[in-house]
Design a protein around this ligand. Structure first.
Ligand SMILES: Cc1cc2nc3c(=O)[nH]c(=O)nc-3n(C[C@H](O)[C@H](O)[C@H](O)COP(=O)(O)OP(=O)(O)OC[C@H]3O[C@@H](n4cnc5c(N)ncnc54)[C@H](O)[C@@H]3O)c2cc1C
Length: 474
């Protein structure tokens, strides 16, 4: 489908929209950011509605088949992301549907353990080179079963008292001057209005931002991870023993085949052993470059190309690679893998400089291990996120807690992952509930109180945080 021409227009008639719900907090988007935001807001006492366009929660972490929750610890094994993210992991783990290195192995240099993750093609997520030690080390990273995750997320929402509004698109913010007062929602029952004291944009793409008048930064450069779509899929019933034997016995032939498949445009990289009991499943994440991942023309192009490449890859593996003879395509991603896009311009913009500044902001609401920036990581093992990066400039009643948080692309590239978004969501949801309780705007929330609340919820913050003074600029 091509983008709609802007030269001809029609006028949409004005109409009265029924207010279907008056809430304290509306969270739009039920991905990692939305999960953290809705749970935190409801648990903090706010009447909370979560609007999600699909019939399940989790966003990319479930429907996008992105089931790896990485970078929970620094390379020396210190856990830095916990809170709701850890709770979610515990819930899935209690059902035997999560896999991760034992706590005593976080930071380990044990060559046998390192080999295990390298063999499963999981080195990228579990192993980092410690440039100071000159050795590989194991990170605290978790893989989860997406179907169990969907169910447990529903359970957690129910327990917290979040009202779920599934199969519903949040289309536009309800505006009163520069203040957001709720959101218009479209679903099979038509168009409704949900009013709220605070709206949290967790759509990933920042769908509500421009209609709310928020300034956005959509700069991006080719080659970055976030400049690629992905079309993930699984091939099941692969005889992994035969495949591994073939790779070990004929490495040059295997490499030649993968090169050929790559030339044809197929997916020549797979991951195995991702989830307990998923034996025989090979996971593929072929990338598709695009600098406009919220453009419907691009979305359609990649959805169609992705499926063609999936079929091409499947045919190739079955024909040429031992182990795939009786395999089948068991699942393709229910939602297209979008990795990056516009970001809000907030009261603070996280930049490349922040990756190596070691700055502990007075309004720090999360700390993230910095494991992916090579030599910089070795010298600066973590970064802090200020609350101001969730507060849009010039718009009231709105917070942003998803990959569209206020950040330039070099920063967003490394810190927009699942655990990061859950953590930012938890801070935004807690702040929104505080704003409702105190009768203030989100930007006016007492950040020291916010930090104390986050600490009490099991969030890990740098030492001293929670007792600092309030920053003047927020
Ligand atoms: C192929 C691929 C591989 C990746 N690998 C990893 C990895 O291994 N580990 C990792 O941690 N991260 C990984 N990421 C990144 C990670 O998945 C995302 O950055 C993260 O999911 C962002 O969370 P989010 O809440 O911002 O957005 P999303 O996960 O996109 O969630 C947004 C949610 O909002 C909903 N939504 C969107 N618009 C609307 C609307 N208008 N109304 C209602 N609902 C709406 C969506 O349906 C979705 O549920 C990967 C991403 C991709 C695509």
């Amino acid at each position: 489908m091509n983008a709609v021409s802007t030269r001809k227009t029609v006028t949409e008639p004005a109409r009265e929209i029924e207010i279907s719900r008056e809430a304290d907090v509306v969270v739009v988007g039920g991905g990692p950011g939305g999960i953290g935001a809705a749970l935190a807001a409801a648990r903090s006492g706010a009447d909370t509605v979560l609007v999600e366009r699909y019939g399940y929660l989790g966003g990319m972490a479930t429907g996008g088949l992105v089931t790896i929750i990485p970078n929970l610890s620094t390379i020396d094994g210190e856990q830095q992301i916990a809170g709701i993210c850890q709770e979610v992991i515990d819930r899935v783990d209690a059902r035997g549907a999560a896999d991760f290195p034992k706590k005593e192995d976080w930071g380990s240099t044990d060559p046998k353990l390192v080999r295990h993750y390298v063999d499963a093609n999981l080195a990228f997520f579990y192993i980092r080179r410690d440039l100071n030690l000159g050795k590989d080390r194991v990170l605290y990273t978790v893989v989860v079963d997406p179907e169990i995750l969907k169910c447990e997320l529903n359970n957690m929402m129910e327990e917290a008292g979040v009202t779920l509004c599934l199969h519903s698109w949040g289309t536009r913010p309800i505006m009163d001057g520069n203040r957001v007062r709720g959101v218009f929602v479209e679903n099979k029952s038509g168009r409704q209005a949900i009013t709220a004291r605070v709206v949290i944009d967790c759509t990933g793409d920042g769908d509500l931002l421009r209609p709310a008048g928020a300034e956005c930064d959509d700069r991006m450069v080719p080659g970055l991870r976030i400049s690629f779509f992905a079309f993930p899929f699984w091939i099941g019933n692969v005889r992994m023993d035969r495949l591994e034997q073939f790779r070990a016995a004929e490495p040059d032939r295997y490499a030649g085949l993968m090169e050929e498949l790559g030339r044809l445009g197929g997916a020549n990289f797979y991951i195995k052993d991702l989830v307990p009991n998923h034996e025989g499943v090979a996971w593929f994440y072929p990338f598709h470059p695009s600098l406009r991942q919220a453009d419907i023309g691009e979305i359609n192009r990649v959805e169609l190309e992705g499926r063609k490449k999936m079929l091409l890859s499947y045919d190739f593996y079955r024909k040429h690679v031992p182990g795939f003879e009786q395999s089948y395509i068991s699942l393709s991603s229910m939602q297209l893998g979008i990795q990056g896009g516009q970001r809000v311009v907030g009261e603070y913009v996280c930049t490349e400089r922040d990756i190596s500044s070691d700055e502990v902001f007075e309004d720090t609401i999360a700390v993230f291990p910095n494991n992916d920036t090579g030599e910089i990581s070795a010298r600066h093992p973590s970064v802090c996120i200020p609350y101001r990066a969730l507060v849009p400039k010039g718009v009231e009643g709105l917070l942003v807690a998803c990959r569209a948080f206020s950040s330039e692309y070099p920063f967003n590239e490394h810190f927009n992952l699942i655990p990061h978004c859950i953590a930012m969501g938890q801070a935004a949801g807690t702040a929104a509930a505080l704003a409702v309780r105190e009768g203030t705007e989100p930007r006016g929330v007492d950040v020291v109180l916010l930090q104390k609340r986050l600490l009490a919820q099991g969030v890990i913050l740098p030492g001293g945080i929670g007792s600092l003074r309030r920053p003047d600029s927020c």
